[in-house]
Design a protein around this ligand. Structure first.
Ligand code: AHN
Ligand code: ZN
Length: 334
C-alpha cells in the first residue's frame, strides 16, 4: 500500500469511527456513567502502519549511540509518541560501554493514562549495533548494521500499538519504553575476555533508576527481533522462569488468533535481554517475544548482526501476528 492510499484508508476509518461513535452514544451513555470500566474491544493492528514506522527509523541510517542518526531518530520517536497521545519522558544517562565508549543514552518513555496505578509495560530497544560481528564476511565486522529487524521492527510494532491505544483508549495505565544501548554489547571479533552485563545498558540504568519512584507494572512484554520473514517464536527460558503464566497466555492467545505456525510451544534458550534486568531490579514479571532459529549458530536469524538485517527481511505478516497478539493480551486485561 502506498503512503497516500494508506492515509486515505486511515482517514476513512477515522470518519467511520466518529459516525459509529455518534450513533451509539445515546444507548451506551447510561451504562458508561454507572460503570466506569466498559470493556474496550481489541482494535485491529495495521501491519502497513507498523511497516512504515519501521522503515522510517531505518531511513535515518544506523541508530548507533552518539551518532547524528541516533539523535534524529530519538527526537522522531519522542515526538511521534507525543502526537499519538502519550505523555513522554526522555530519560538521559551517560553509560560506559565494554570498549570504554561513553554513550549518551536516551530511554524514551511514552505513558498512557499516567495517573493510573495499575500499569502494563511494553518495551523494545531502539538503538542499533555498531558492529556486524556476525557477518560471514570479516571485512564487515566494523561496519554498522541497518537493524531493520534487530531494533526497528519491535519499535515499529509498539508505535502501531501506541497509535491504537491513543485512538481507542485503555482502562489501565500503559507504558511503552524504547530502551537505548541494548546492542552495544561486547563485540565477538575483538576477542576480549567475557564481560558481565555488557548488553542492555539502557534497561539496566532505567531498571535501577525508573522515571517514577518505585515504578511497578503488573507485567512487561519485550519485543526483540519480532518482525522478520518466517520468524519463529519459541518460549524463551528466562521468561518461562519469571512469568510462566503470562508466557502461556501469550502463546495461547497467538494460537487462538491463528498464529500457531509462528508461536511454537517449544523451549528456546536463555537469552540475556532487556527483560532480564527489568525483572531483576524492578521485580516485574516479563516475557521476551524473540525470534528463535534452531538452524543457526546464534539461535537467532541468519541475518542477525550482519549487513543483511535490512528492510527486505522485515515482514508485515510477522508484525501482524506479534502486534495483534500483544494487543489481544493487553485488551483482555481485567
Ligand atoms: C546476547 O547475545 C547475549 N543477547 C542478545 C541480545 C540482543 C542482541 N538482542 C538483540 N541484539
Ligand atoms: Zn542485536
Amino acid at each position: 500500500m502506498s503512503y497516500k492510499s494508506f492515509y486515505s484508508a486511515f482517514c476513512l476509518t477515522g470518519a467511520l469511527f466518529m459516525l459509529t461513535a455518534c450513533n451509539t452514544s445515546n444507548t451506551t451513555n447510561s451504562s458508561e456513567t454507572n460503570n466506569a470500566l466498559v470493556r474496550i474491544p481489541t482494535p485491529q493492528f495495521n501491519a502497513d502502519s507498523a511497516y512504515l514506522y519501521t522503515q522510517k527509523q531505518v531511513d535515518f541510517g544506523p541508530r548507533i549511540p552518539n551518532s547524528a542518526a541516533h539523535a534524529q531518530c530519538a527526537s522522531y520517536l519522542s515526538s511521534e509518541l507525543t502526537r499519538l497521545g502519550a505523555t513522554v519522558i526522555v530519560q538521559e544517562a551517560e553509560l560506559r560501554a565494554f570498549d570504554n565508549t561513553l554513550i549518551k543514552a536516551k530511554n524514551i518513555i511514552g505513558q498512557f493514562n499516567p495517573e493510573k496505578n495499575n500499569r502494563l509495560l511494553l518495551f523494545a530497544h531502539w538503538d542499533t549495533r555498531p558492529f556486524a560481528d556476525n557477518d560471514p564476511d570479516h571485512s564487515n565486522y566494523n561496519k554498522p548494521i541497518d537493524g531493520a529487524n534487530d531494533g526497528a521492527s519491535g519499535v515499529g510494532v509498539l508505535l502501531e500499538i501506541a497509535r491504537n491505544i491513543g485512538l481507542a483508549g485503555h482502562n489501565m495505565g500503559i507504558d511503552i519504553i524504547f530502551f537505548d544501548a541494548e546492542d552495544y554489547g561486547q563485540a565477538s571479533h575483538l576477542n576480549m575476555p567475557y564481560m558481565e552485563d555488557s548488553w542492555c545498558l539502557g534497561s539496566q540504568y532505567w531498571a535501577q533508576n525508573p522515571h517514577k519512584k518505585d515504578y511497578s507494572a503488573r507485567y512487561g512484554i519485550l519485543l526483540d527481533m519480532a518482525g522478520a520473514k518466517n520468524a519463529l517464536f519459541y518460549k524463551e527460558m528466562n521468561s518461562m522462569q519469571f512469568a510462566p503464566q503470562l508466557n502461556k497466555r501469550i502463546w495461547d492467545t497467538a494460537n487462538r488468533l491463528g498464529y500457531g505456525n509462528q508461536f511454537i510451544y517449544e523451549n528456546g534458550g536463555h537469552i540475556t535481554d532487556d527483560h532480564v534486568y527489568v525483572n531483576k531490579y524492578r521485580r516485574i514479571p516479563c516475557v521476551d517475544i524473540i525470534q528463535h532459529d534452531p538452524t543457526t549458530n546464534s539461535s537467532f536469524g541468519s541475518y542477525w548482526h550482519t549487513l543483511d538485517d535490512t528492510m527486505e527481511n522485515v515482514d508485515r505478516g510477522t508484525m501482524k501476528a506479534v502486534g495483534q497478539t500483544v494487543m489481544e493480551v493487553i485488551y483482555s486485561e481485567e
